[in-house]
Write a protein that binds this ligand. Structure first.
Ligand code: XMP
Length: 321
């Protein structure tokens, strides 16, 4: 399958793997490439394709950007260690938190994450390693939404007329740019990734920053992190495409131990979708929603109100920013 947007049923995963591995090997030649692993399905698949093509000449980094889910960087390193793929964990929490300081506008937040990731952190790694290529897991949906002006996905450049070589000093290889999430899962399965990875729910590049309305601070990230951990633990295995907790900016009056508690609001979202282009809210049982609400207000300090999103995409989008 080579055409943009061809059907996933027609995708020959083995053939796709052979072609992409050959392309990566040819582009990189006898040099080395840097690879950005976030732990999501897309970058996990790219990591295995790159590993097949380049072996030890692929240097895979997972960047702790302070925006990841609970225990995620360590868990991802272990998962890939088990697959025989070495991963380097880099602590860049300070750089990202500094870049996000004081920013509340969604597109400015996305831009801050993009610049810190590609220019500052990866620019430095690429210069240091003398690699000329960065491998990344951009998929077709990322490109569509960016080109349509819906969201500036953190990982889309060429389609916006941005030349990464000029802007950041290296070329970007995007082996998955012709397929969507369902196609990526098919390729991941054919590559022998464990189901826990190829069927992992999607997680956006800007990570928890996409789930915080208003300023992204270390304190607010901790609230979003705990809330997302509760929602994931309750909804894991429910069969939905994606589920998440959004931290709102507005506070509301609540009551705790008989006293006024002007607290935070969490919005739970859970989506049924095939490929993220359109989505509808999952019809979760009221008992389950009540349990999630109870846990969020008990286990996440400062949360007094929980809502469930019942609008579809469009006009909603799946993440909040
Ligand atoms: P939206 O919020 O645009 O999300 O309806 C559609 C799907 O894309 C994911 N998403 C992103 N993925 N970089 C990514 O790699 C991004 O900037 C980004 N923004 C959203 C989102 O989690 C959902 O699966």
């Amino acid at each position: 399958m080579e055409d943009r947007g061809s059907r996933t049923e027609d995708l020959d995963a083995e053939d796709f793997i052979t072609r992409r591995v050959a392309e990566i090997a040819e582009a990189v030649g006898d040099g080395c490439a840097i690879n950005a692993l976030s732990g999501g399905v897309d970058s996990a698949v790219v990591t295995l394709l790159g590993h097949k093509a380049l072996g030890p000449r692929l240097k895979t980094y997972i960047i702790d950007n302070a925006l990841m889910r609970k225990d995620e960087p360590q868990e991802v390193v272990q998962m890939f260690k088990d697959l025989g793929v070495p991963i380097i964990l880099l602590d860049a929490r300070r750089e990202f938190l500094d870049a996000l300081k004081g920013i509340t506008d969604p597109e400015e937040k996305r831009e801050a994450v993009t610049q810190t990731f590609y220019k500052k952190v990866f620019g430095h790694l690429v210069r240091e390693s003398k690699a000329r290529y960065l491998l990344q897991g951009t998929i077709l949906t990322d490109v569509d939404e960016t080109v349509a002006g819906i969201k500036r996905q953190h990982n889309v450049f060429a389609q916006l007329g941005i030349d990464p070589e000029v802007s950041f000093g290296y070329k970007i290889l995007e082996p998955l740019v012709q397929i969507r999430k369902d196609g990526v899962r098919k390729v991941g399965k054919a590559l022998g990734l464990p189901e826990a990875i190829f069927n992992r729910i999607p997680f956006p590049g800007p990570a928890l920053a996409a789930r915080i309305i208003g300023e992204v601070t270390a304190e607010r990230l901790q609230v979003a992190r705990l809330a997302n951990a509760v929602v994931e633990s309750e909804l894991m295995g429910c069969g939905a495409f994606q589920y998440m907790a959004i931290l709102h900016e507005d506070r509301v009056t609540g009551i705790r131990e008989g006293k006024r508690d002007f607290g935070m609001q969490i919005e739970v979202r859970c989506w049924d979708s095939l490929d993220a282009r359109e989505a509808t809210p999952t019809r979760l049982s009221f008992d389950l929603l009540t349990k999630i609400s109870f846990r969020l207000t008990q286990e996440v300090p400062g949360v007094v109100s929980v809502t469930y999103n019942i609008s579809s995409k469009p006009p909603s989008t799946m993440e909040a920013i």
